[in-house]
Design a protein. Structure first.
Length: 193
């Protein structure tokens, strides 16, 4: 796993061979973070990474200046890997929650500036997950939500939809929770394929 930019940029960590996550490719991660940083200043922001997997996205948030990054991952191997990277970096911004994303969303009481979710593509509830996130307390007016998915899904009808982006086989749908105008967001609805 490679952290692309920021204070941890170019750092590499060997991912365990028995990891079951499907990490976001470096190419897709670099491009989606360019979009995220054009929409939000990450310096001092709070970020939530759901289905964190290897933690590559979480570390990208922490490396780019987020003051608090919450990574939610249930699988033991992946959670242990995220914890080991945290220890190697001596990072204090990242908080690992080893647990079920759906339970986390049900119990959440705080909102975040940016929410990123990369559920397993074969998850039986995959089509419902974006709506669950958008309806949960992790979102507040102005929250930027990024969902990674495959080309079989189209979430453009959900509230707050702004953009669809595709980088090879990796797709992202971007949402901004209503009320964002108060926080200076002026990006319109776009579809980029």
């Amino acid at each position: 796993m490679r952290i692309i930019r920021g204070k941890y940029g170019k750092r590499r960590f060997d991912v365990p061979k028995n990891i079951t996550a499907r990490p976001t490719t470096d190419f897709a991660r670099e491009n989606i973070f360019n979009i995220i940083e054009n929409m939000r200043d990450l310096e001092g922001a709070t970020a939530l990474d759901l289905f964190a997997g290897t933690g590559a996205v979480s570390w990208e948030f922490a490396s780019r200046g987020c003051r608090e990054v919450t990574a939610v991952e249930q699988a033991r191997v992946q959670a242990s890997f995220i914890k080991s990277v945290k220890e190697k970096l001596g990072d204090t911004a990242l908080r690992l929650v080893k647990g079920n994303v759906f339970v986390f969303l049900e119990r959440a009481s705080e909102s975040y500036d940016v929410v990123f979710a990369d559920p397993p593509y074969d998850h039986p509830k995959f089509g419902e997950i974006p709506g669950m996130i958008l309806d949960s307390k992790v979102c507040a007016p102005g929250t930027l939500v990024v969902i990674e998915h495959n080309s079989r899904h189209d979430f453009s009808r959900l509230p707050g939809f702004r953009r669809h982006l595709a980088y090879g086989s990796v797709n992202f749908s971007i949402f901004v929770i209503e009320g964002a105008e108060a926080r200076g967001d002026n990006s319109g609805n776009e579809k980029d394929n």
